[in-house]
Design a binder for this molecule. Sequence first.
Ligand code: CO8
Length: 300
Amino acid sequence: LCPPGVLPLCCRPPAWDRATRPPPRPLQPPGLPLTPCRSFSNNKIQVELNESSGVAMMKFKSPPVNSLSLEFLTEFSISLEKLENNRACRGVIITSAVPKIFSSGLDITEMCGKSMEHYTEFWRAVQELWLRLYGSSMVTVAAVNGSSPAGGCLVALSCDYRIMAENPKFSIGLNEAQLGIVAPFWFKDTFVNVVGHRIAERSLQLGSLHPAPEAHKLGLVDELVPEEKLMEKAAAVMAQWLALPDHARQLTKTMMRKAVLDRLVAHREEDIKNFITFVSKESIQKSLRMYMEMLKKRKS
Ligand code: CO8
């Protein structure tokens, strides 16, 4: 059984097996009045769907750092499900409304000093979000307009295409090792599928956070653009991807991602148990507390 607020994966067809969508519609012709956007918002995320172009804009708006708390993860999954179930939506651009930060990754306070029940619920929500995003039949483009460590990087890696603001102060990577924790196998699989085994192996062991230009060189992000051009570029990339028939693209995506998705589905409960065992260790709790203190000290 899934906890309240978390979408039960077993009760619906997996997103990557969904029926094909209607054929692509042309983008809004110039000169015509813009079709009004359908928008829905929750505490953490704002979504606007342009039904004419079939493109949704999803903005994280959970200051100060868009950390992926249980509430955030649940709202993220629900927003994706709403879009996935809306036949007018064919693609989603994911970005942040918080200046300089895409997402600071999993909310560390959710992993510190909490009950087993809480860890179970939290980790199931992390898994659920990844299964939905990585398995989405929509075109997903990450417009990375700020720093994006760990879980924030996973969100970007799970999209079909990543465009990052050309700012060397913004970094991205799976830095779990720096916190004294280990990235789960499906974080690793997603990373390997983007950058290849060797780069992933070195970057994961060192817990590297790569400044934007280095991330581009490694293939962690597909393109760098000046910050002010980011959304324009994301829209252009989306239009390029949507120019193809949905069914061929979706089946190809399934072919490329299914094995990795199936691996977590098959080992979901075991993965939750591993997380709880790992995060409950006093040594891990100590590492996480020290890391949070370090963040606070760095600030003062
Ligand atoms: N979780 C909770 N709180 C956070 C997080 C976070 N991930 N990141 C930052 N905060 C808090 C800070 O403590 C600070 O709190 P306060 O205002 O109370 O002092 C506040 O957010 C603002 O942070 P900063 O002052 O540091 O903001 P900056 O704009 O200077 O920097 C950064 C933003 C770059 C995002 C910086 O905060 C940072 O580096 N954060 C840590 C990011 C990180 O390492 N995340 C990893 C999380 S772990 C994860 O995602 C995967 C775990 C996999 C689990 C493995 C199994 C055990």
